[in-house]
Design a protein around this ligand. Sequence first.
Ligand code: UGA
Length: 461
Amino acid sequence: MGKICVIGGGGYVGLTTGACFADLGNDVVCVDIDEAKIAGLKRGKLPIYEPGLQELVERNAKMERLSFTTSYDQGLKNAEFAFIAVDTPSGSEGEADLKYVRIAAQTIAERMSGSVIIVNKSTVPIGTGDWVAEIVQEHIKPDLVFSVVSNPEFLREGSAINDFLHPDRIVLGSTDRQAAEKVAQLYLSLRAPIIVTDLRTAEMIKYASNAYLANRISFINEIASICEQLGADIKEVTVGMGYDKRIGHAYLDAGVGWGGSCFPKDVKALAHMAAIHGRNPQLLRAVIEINRDQRRRVVQSLRELLGTLHTKTVAVLGLAFKPNTDDMREAPAVEIIHLLKNEGASIKTFDPVAMERAGEILTGVTYCEDAYEAAEGSDALVIVTDWNEFKHLDMARIRESMAQAVLIDGRNIYEPKLMQDLGFVYRGIGRGYDTSGPGQSAEVLNAGQLEESEIAGDEAP
Ligand code: UGA
């Protein structure tokens, strides 16, 4: 198979992509301008936490299928494919900042020594593929040829390797059908549907997918807020909705909202693109606004239940934007903690892996050894990230150790009735039903069960 060079190979997408392609049997060189990252990777030290990635990198580096360098020349030598997987941060207007893509494209053009297929993995505004082609055309040596293919990634942090190896689909966009087919070959063994289209459509598929998922979460959070007022339970509502095949069960968890390095940036960027091209992205704006409100709602609930936040101690459980990552980018916890501190609350917090990262951006809070230490003496406990270990805490012990027993379950991980029985003043997201009656949870009866209960009914006197 042809050699693959991954530019931005020390970053999240680049490293995962590089390691997975190596594992599929390709010769991969990850290039990154960050010398410290590359030096660490050469020693086997990964710059990010991703389940399974350490083993994958170690195994493939040992088999000499995966290597790391800061040198474009070395990376591009004999490379058939140059993947661009650099950061595209948000600019001041919400637009994607393409400075790293520009540098990558120009440097590939200047350093490539043979013909190369340039594959863009970074999430880039619609039209970037054409722009990359122009940059390369401008800087390439006269006798070399190239093609540009857009190949957006759909990896989720925390399950990136599984997502790479078991994709729902592969999207390839190019004006050069042959180049797209060569990239398709790299994915053939994964046996996923491969959609081949033009550059701009491929770029849009990525934005539309992320925006749709963010929209779905904001939608369900809006329904949750109505549930609270009208006495319905969002968890059961989503079970009932999800059985409709057109809706499905995934991505319908109400909570404190979406965060991370992708959804916030991509929804903003898509809205920005729409606006500068004369369209009014009303829905995207509402999706962003609802998400902002979800965080504020937590603080509002605490204010209502505690009277004031001034001099109160709030235990915040979970800091990362979602479980199984230490990523703090756009994490709901950051804004919630800032708002609470602004109102005079003291914060005690615990996260299983993100405390070191959180320490770089959140000061003036007490980082605890575990959830129990955070809860001790606190007036309220807030679940912000749904780490699995929080589902198995000894909540009776926690209740005993707290000064006041206010529990805001920002991810709906507990049964309201159980928590109330333990003495908590419980508030979930969208859990509005009357919990004074017997605890209920949506039950799905199958025909067999119904027949049995009918027989039992027949026998009753
Ligand atoms: C997301 C997409 O899911 C990936 O397909 C995409 O490749 C990636 O962005 C990207 O563009 O690079 P990721 O940012 O890792 O992946 O996060 P998700 O697992 O999708 O979660 C995003 C946020 O939504 C989290 O804050 C999570 O807590 C929240 N969420 C998710 C909910 O509030 N409710 C849900 O039902 C699901």
